[in-house]
Design a protein around this ligand. Structure first.
Ligand code: ISE
Length: 338
């Protein structure tokens, strides 16, 4: 691809998709949203008008195969991610797919297989924490070696209040999947065993989850822990702490202004991920478009999406059985190395 503007089609224009359309239109000079797809006709027309897209579709596959669309961003509901991403690979078009890549590891593997068969990376996954300045600082500190070898990971993921309890599968596939990716990325090592436990969202519905705790064992001896609250009742926070052999480093979500008033002190807490990762989403979109211009894929790959799903499946099984589960990750294909 040359250094010209990349013409992007966006599938799904709800909360996350709508933010991606906004960022690509207003924050990424080298991108132009030319097509949008949404099953909600009113929404797709409104979004198309706001971003100046010429083409609107009610069908994602039509958008993917339209000649004006050079690259695709998939922000449809999770259950459609794998099929739509697969269709982009079949059409030979680069695709940015929101996480999760699929809703099972088996389905994610089909995407990896198709990409490997094509012989080049076309897929970038929406694990946006890799673009969050606070996470990047932690990662850089560990990579600098100043704290010695990484031996421990701790991730805390607090979600906004939720009207309905979520299923255990949903919490792990849609939410904990971020922490799983973070746990691999930060440690630079693969997860070898998980032991997950949870508190149901409703005591009478054991298939729901409110609080999930996952213990991790890495291949090279490190350990980790993920805590995910599916319904905090108060706001949104994500933090990570890394333990090295000679020190620790962590993000600090308690950085907002401290207000003292009437014998009390208070701090503002972000509402959701769109607020917390505002900057990360912009940097992520810029990096994706830049990688398409340069022809050098970067960022989280389909392989990362697949491995995260292997760990997701292991966590679900572990939580359901109440037993530790061994994680088996196949050898990484050559297109994902280096
Ligand atoms: C949501 O879909 C996201 O991707 C957010 O980053 C995550 O924090 C949240 O738990 C998910 O539901």
């Amino acid at each position: 691809m040359s250094h010209k503007t990349i013409q992007v089609g966006v599938i799904g224009t709800g909360g996350m998709g709508g933010r991606h359309v906004h960022n690509l239109t207003h924050e990424v000079a080298a991108a132009q949203v030319v097509a949008v797809m949404d099953v909600d006709e009113a929404r797709r027309q409104t979004v198309a008008q706001a971003c100046g897209a010429t083409y609107t579709f009610a069908d994602g596959y039509e958008l993917i195969n339209h000649p004006a669309v050079e690259a695709v961003l998939v922000a449809a509901p999770d259950r459609f991610h794998a099929q739509l991403t697969h269709a982009c690979i079949a059409a030979g078009k680069p695709v940015f797919c929101e996480k999760p890549l699929a809703i099972t590891a088996a389905e994610a593997y089909q995407v990896v297989e198709a990409e490997v068969a094509g012989g080049r990376r076309l897929v970038q996954l929406g694990f946006m924490r890799e673009y969050d300045p606070a996470h990047v600082k932690v990662k850089q500190m560990m990579d600098s070696g100043a704290l010695g070898k990484a031996i421990g990971f701790r991730g805390v993921h607090i979600n906004p209040p939720s009207a309905e309890p979520h299923s255990l599968e949903d919490v792990i596939t849609n939410s904990v999947v971020h922490d799983i990716h973070s746990a691999r990325w930060m440690m630079g090592d693969e997860i070898a065993k998980v032991y997950a436990s949870y508190v149901p969202g409703n005591p009478n519905q054991p298939e729901t989850a409110r609080l999930v705790l996952v213990h991790l064992h890495y291949r090279n001896g490190g350990i980790g822990q993920i805590e995910c609250n599916a319904d905090s009742g108060y706001g949104y926070e994500v933090d990570v702490q890394m333990t090295g052999e000679t020190g620790t480093v962590q993000t600090n979500s308690l950085q907002s202004a401290l207000v003292s008033r009437a014998n009390s002190r208070a701090q503002w807490v972000e509402e959701d991920w769109l607020q917390r990762f505002d900057t990360a989403y912009i940097l992520e979109a810029k990096s994706w478009i830049c990688s398409l211009q340069s022809g050098t894929p970067s960022g989280p790959s389909a392989w990362d999406g697949y491995v995260a799903m292997i760990v997701v499946d292991a966590c679900v099984e572990s939580a359901q059985r109440g037993q530790p589960v061994t994680v088996k990750i196949p050898e990484r294909p050559a297109i994902y190395t280096g």
